[in-house]
Write a protein that binds this ligand. Structure first.
Ligand code: E4P
Length: 218
């Protein structure tokens, strides 16, 4: 399972990369705005800066919602760095754009996916990644993990190569559940990844090992 961090904050990305298990980064327009990045030049430079920190895929989202606009933006983003994956929303023109990018060898991440049917369309268009937002489904009393299960079943039935990128991951149990179901990737905050470290028996055991060692040394 690949671990991506879902942020545009360079310090957080650096921290996550230093931890040693980071495979990539996802961003979205809200996360970029949160960092105060505005203006085309600044946005492109920020993506370049992220690519310099992380040796892995970096999802960069288009803002346009029409086919021509998405193509123009996506081509510009893809030219920034070989690790850029163009993030395209799950709308009709978005599917058409993904299909075009696929034919040109440009990798894509189909975002804002909330149903198995949408995930099927993304795979048919050749998306490299599909991003079902599990946390946002949980927020409205729908089962985000059930969506991951359905997509896994559909993709396995037809051996689609599109990777399931569980997005909107909010906490550590989401990661474990996604791993059990077979999501290929998860993207979430570093705190959720660090939560995987925790077990009281590890802390108690380490304390005892160190105490016994100290005793033996006199
Ligand atoms: C995915 O690529 C999105 O950026 C993200 O996971 C959305 O998460 P949120 O629902 O916590 O905003």
């Amino acid at each position: 399972m690949k671990f991506f961090i879902d942020t545009a904050n360079l310090d957080q990305i650096r921290d996550a990369a230093e931890f040693g298990v980071l495979d990539g980064v996802t961003t979205n327009p809200s996360l970029m705005a949160k960092e105060g990045i505005s203006g085309n030049e600044a946005v492109l430079n920020h993506y370049k800066a992220i690519c310099e920190i992380v040796d892995g895929d970096v999802s960069a989202e288009v803002i346009s919602t029409d086919y021509e606009g998405m193509i123009a933006e996506g081509e510009k983003l893809a030219a920034l760095h070989p690790n850029i994956v163009v993030k395209v929303p799950m709308i009709k023109d978005g599917i058409r754009a993904i299909s075009y990018f696929t034919s040109k060898g440009i990798r894509t991440n189909c975002t804002l996916v909330f149903s198995p049917g949408q995930a099927l369309l993304a795979a048919k268009a050749g998306a490299s990644y599909v991003s079902p937002f599990i946390g946002r489904l949980d927020d409205i009393s729908s089962d985000g993990l059930e969506l991951i299960e359905s997509i896994r079943e559909i993709y396995d039935n037809y051996e689609f190569s599109t990777e399931i990128l569980a997005a909107s991951v909010r906490h550590t149990m989401h990661i474990i559940d996604c791993a059990r179901i077979g999501a290929d990737v998860m993207t979430g905050p570093l705190s959720a990844i660090l939560g995987l470290l925790k077990h009281p028996l590890t802390d108690i055991g380490l304390e005892k090992f160190l105490a016994d060692h100290a005793k033996a040394q006199g």
